[in-house]
Design a protein around this ligand. Structure first.
Ligand code: FES
Ligand code: FES
Length: 230
């Protein structure tokens, strides 16, 4: 077993000093060691977004982040983005707009939407932009309309009062979608697999042709033998 590592970070505004197995994910640290089970685990492969937390003000997948990678960072979970009692304005809006059913995805959406709302403060995001910026979070229940409506409702309000608003990084690049680089087909290597596949097909065709000649000769031989027997 690997040697434990010493870890020092801040979680929801509180300091945490721990010794952890270096293979521990941040999600497991939050849930199992710190009891912050609001961070949900769905796919555990960085796809569904239910484990989204804020690390140094930016959303991150805690299932694919090692706890050791968060050392020295400030982490906020959905518990820290909620008021001590009752619901935040965003949570109220999600409830009012029917933006949740089973609620499994909701902590991830609250975290991602908090970043979106605070980072785009003063911006004029429309529905399409909100959908784009929440597209890293998957909900299997709602069809998304209620979630988007809730975010749009809060967008028009003073988001500076949202719990955790101070924790969100702001800046010109925050909240902007990064366009994936354009894919260009790689040049074909004449000795590459495509060429090898072509040569394999030619050899197979030649073998089949020889086989057909052999079968025809064998059938002709059988017919001649039958005639001779009569
Ligand atoms: S559990 Fe982390 S992205 Fe799905
Ligand atoms: S409310 Fe059930 S997965 Fe979103």
């Amino acid at each position: 077993m690997a040697e434990p590592v010493e870890l020092s970070l801040r979680v929801n505004g509180h300091p945490a000093e721990l010794r952890v197995d270096p293979r521990t994910t941040l999600a497991d640290l939050l849930r199992d060691r710190l009891g912050l089970t609001g961070t949900h685990l769905g796919c555990e492969q960085g796809v569904c977004g239910s484990c989204t937390v804020l690390i140094d003000g930016r959303t991150a997948r805690s299932c694919t982040t090692l706890a050791a990678q968060a050392g020295g960072s400030t982490v906020w979970t959905v518990e820290g983005l909620s008021p001590p009692a009752g619901l935040s304005r965003l949570q109220e809006a999600l409830s009012a707009e029917h933006g949740l059913q089973c609620g499994f995805c909701t902590p991830g959406f609250v975290t991602a939407a908090t970043e979106l709302l605070v980072a785009s403060r003063g911006g004029d995001l429309d529905e399409a932009a909100v959908r784009d910026r929440l597209s890293g979070n998957i909900c299997r229940c709602t069809g998304y309309q209620g979630i988007v409506d809730a975010v749009l409702a809060v967008l028009a309000e003073d988001v500076a009062t949202l719990p955790g608003a101070d924790a969100v990084a702001t800046g010109p690049d925050v909240g902007e979608l990064v366009e994936p680089p354009e894919l260009t087909p790689a040049p074909v290597d004449p000795s590459g697999p495509a060429d090898r596949r072509g040569r394999a097909s030619a050899v197979a065709a030649e073998v089949l042709a020889h086989l057909a000649v052999f079968v025809a000769a064998a059938l002709a031989g059988v017919a001649a033998w039958r005639r001779w027997r009569r």
